[in-house]
Design a protein around this ligand. Structure first.
Ligand code: MG
Length: 293
């Protein structure tokens, strides 16, 4: 099953894809099943019931609505750094034997199609294509062998990073939390449609059509199963929590000369079997101007 969160006018909507067509309902409609987060939190058959309810809903055009992050307000967005050996090497780090974990806040999230914004204070906006795993069942002290039962589905992230701010201090939080830098989407795909842990799927990032990252999800040092188990060893993961699993090599900061994103660029992150997350890059000043216009 595939679900997409959107806004039409002032109303929030949810759509499901069937036979290549998106069918959606907005809040206030009699059959509106609720947000994707509320359905995931409801558990059990809530998602399949919602998909059945949406099967007869009107078709919607992606161009005619404002797409939203699949989950706009998760309780937690847990990100993993240095989870591909080649990327750890290119970044000058020894591969850690415990995942490098940092948090993102909802305030940094944008959807498919939204501008990723380069702030006035830095010219070091970098891309990081990543797989997202979404928790469907509360997890605490879960063994690696059981942990995929707690993952309900997957999506895509571009962990837009302001590199000079990331390394101003040992904690990466500022450089990973600028407004309008965390692209999440375009939609949510349930786990049963994909290989276990998305093993073997190809992740490709393109900047202005040129491939800049290309790896297999199997190259991750800490698999989705391992990450859920490790995270659950110290905190309770709850339905709707988002795990952003790390990026492969090829980031702009590691290139000679560095390749940072600029106003007018377009960045795409594609994961086989899930979809393609596309965002234009805007300077903060020009995006403020375009909002006024
Ligand atoms: Mg990252």
């Amino acid at each position: 099953m595939r679900f997409m969160s959107y806004k039409s006018g002032r109303k929030f909507g949810i759509a499901a894809q069937r036979e290549g067509q998106w069918r959606g309902l907005t809040e206030g409609s009699s059959d509106y099943p609720g947000t994707l987060l509320s359905l995931i939190q409801a558990g059990g058959e809530a998602l399949s019931k919602a998909e059945a309810m949406l099967a007869d809903a009107p078709t919607i055009s992606l161009e005619a609505v404002e797409m939203l992050p699949p989950i706009a307000n998760p309780e937690k967005i847990v990100c993993v750094g240095l989870n591909y050996r080649d990327h750890s090497t290119e970044s000058g780090f020894k591969q850690p034997d415990f995942p490098t974990i940092f948090g993102r806040f909802n305030s940094s999230l944008i959807a498919h199609g939204d501008p990723m914004v380069r702030p006035e204070v830095s010219d070091q906006l970098d891309y990081e294509g990543e797989l997202v795993a979404i928790i469907g069942k509360t997890a605490r002290d879960v063994a690696e062998s059981d942990s995929l039962d707690h993952v309900i589905g997957y999506s895509i992230f571009n962990d837009g990073s302001i590199r000079d701010y990331q390394f101003k201090a040992p904690q990466w939080t500022p450089g990973k939390n600028f407004d309008d830098t965390g692209a999440f989407g375009p939609w949510f795909v349930t786990a049963e449609e994909l290989p276990a842990g998305c093993e073997g799927l190809r992740l490709t990032t393109r900047l202005n059509g040129q491939i800049v990252q290309d790896a297999s999800i199997s190259d991750m040092v800490f698999s989705v199963a391992k990450l859920v188990s490790i995270l659950s060893s110290f905190m309770t993961l709850v339905p709707g929590d988002v795990i952003v699993t790390g990026t492969p090599s090829g980031v702009g900061a590691a290139r000679k000369p560095p390749l940072f994103m600029r106003d007018g660029d377009v960045c795409e992150v594609e994961i086989e079997g899930i979809g393609k997350l596309v965002n234009p890059i805007h300077d903060r000043i020009s995006s403020a101007k375009s909002r006024v216009a």
